[in-house]
Design a protein around this ligand. Structure first.
Ligand SMILES: Cc1cc2nc3c(=O)[nH]c(=O)nc-3n(C[C@H](O)[C@H](O)[C@H](O)COP(=O)(O)OP(=O)(O)OC[C@H]3O[C@@H](n4cnc5c(N)ncnc54)[C@H](O)[C@@H]3O)c2cc1C
Length: 386
């Protein structure tokens, strides 16, 4: 991925995604949620506009930018529709970036451009019914058969699975793990029903099944037996990039709360004039700012130290907890109106809750933060200067 673009390039990108969001996403965000409908053609359009492959070099059909550009897109999508932002993250970061970073020249030439343009929709399949947090306990296996692999097993809770053309997935190969490209057109591939979720509705989530799928060598990502490295290579960038969805959710919730507090009067005063509402606004703003700052800090560190889980885990833990808090307080400020389905803040809270479950849970982030801190402390024998 390319680095160090001029600040104006990012400003232009932010303006262009803001324009897109205002025109195309905000008007349908509520319908996406209520009908639980994925806007597949709009998603493909994001490919044509260069957003889906923003980190991919132009040679492979991308826009030749970097993670900062992807974070900007995530934040602006998250502001309007966290579910579209989640599907974007699964397609562009979890699947496409991973495929480009670790894939062979064959994979880069044949699959990367199709995902970057939006012609194909991508997923990453790691979670299984009996292995979520403990992902390495997966049961899916790929057995060598002559020059091919035979893949059998299933994955669950896979974002975009109901629409995916390509799934980047992992399987046990002997005692080790390997990463594979599975085209959903392969014989032996099937999908389960779309899950009916409390939030992130419109971002389709589902199960997939591999029934003795025959995969040639060209479908292996990276070296056989090195799948564990590939899993870990993507986790920090996933945490950092997805943090920005929740920064966007927080900004939207704060904005809606401010709008209402400055319009609504009770007992002859605007809501913002009551001290208890002032306190809410002050905490909401502070937590929004700290989540943005932590996410920015983790983003800066991503190129320098892609394996530093401390900042990445802290960024997503704080951004997701903050968005839940801010959305909840926004509901409180809107009073009864905040509790009805038509109010956007009600959706924001339901969407924010996913932040503590997807991309590793809050509990695991706490474990990662504490483990990394203790390790640094033991090495330097003092509180690390972070
Ligand atoms: C909307 C949505 C989209 C998703 N998209 C994808 C996707 O695209 N691809 C994909 O592969 N997966 C995806 N997931 C799956 C997601 O990554 C898992 O749900 C998550 O990793 C947790 O796994 P689990 O649900 O099996 O919970 P479990 O691992 O069973 O955990 C249940 C509870 O126990 C706690 N717990 C578990 N182990 C420990 C431990 N060691 N220490 C402390 N507490 C622990 C957890 O924190 C949690 O609170 C998605 C999930 C959702 C809900």
């Amino acid at each position: 991925m390319q680095k160090s673009l001029e600040p104006e390039t990012y400003d232009l990108l932010r303006q262009s995604i803001k324009d897109f969001v205002a025109k195309e996403v905000l008007p349908i965000a509520s319908k996406m949620d209520q009908a639980d409908e994925f806007p597949v053609e709009l998603f493909r359009k994001m490919g044509k506009m260069g957003f889906l492959g923003v980190t991919i070099p132009e040679k492979y059909g991308g826009s030749g930018m970097d993670y900062r550009a992807q974070a900007i897109i995530e934040e602006e999508l998250g502001y309007a529709s966290a579910s579209l932002a989640l599907s974007y993250g699964a397609h562009s970061n979890l699947c496409l970036d991973n495929l480009y970073r670790n894939g062979s020249e064959f994979i880069r030439e044949n699959y990367v451009p199709k995902l970057a343009s939006g012609e194909w929709i991508g997923s990453l399949g790691l979670t299984e019914p009996s292995s979520g947090t403990d992902a390495l306990a997966m049961k899916t296996r790929a057995e060598i058969d002559g020059g091919d692999y035979i893949l059998s097993g299933s994955k669950t809770f896979i974002t975009n699975a109901p629409y995916a053309d390509l799934v980047l997935t992992y399987a046990r190969t002997g005692e080790a793990y390997s990463a594979f490209v599975v085209l959903t057109s392969e014989k032996g591939f099937s999908r389960g029903n779309k899950f009916d979720k409390m939030g992130m509705r419109g971002s389709p989530t589902g199960e997939i099944f591999f029934d003795s799928i025959k995969l040639g060598n060209e479908k292996i990502i990276g070296e056989p037996g090195k799948g564990k490295d590939i899993i870990f290579s993507g986790l920090n960038s996933e945490r950092v990039i997805l943090s920005f969805i929740f920064v966007g959710v927080s900004r939207r919730a704060l904005e809606l709360a401010l709008k209402y507090a400055t319009e609504r009067k009770q007992s002859g005063k605007f809501l913002y004039e009551f001290q208890l509402i002032e306190e809410k606004l002050a905490y909401m703003y502070t937590r929004y700012q700290t989540s943005k700052l932590l996410a920015e800090k983790a983003l800066d560190n991503l190129d320098k130290d892609p394996f530093d889980s401390l900042g990445a885990a802290a960024a997503i833990m704080h951004a997701s907890e903050a968005s839940e808090y801010i959305a909840r307080e926004a509901i409180q400020i809107l009073g009864g109106l905040g509790y009805v389905k038509d109010s956007e803040v009600e959706r924001l809270l339901r969407d924010a809750i996913l932040g503590q479950i997807g991309a590793g849970t809050t509990e695991i982030r706490k474990h990662l933060i504490s483990t990394a801190l203790v390790k640094k402390y033991k090495r330097e024998d003092k509180i690390p200067n972070l």
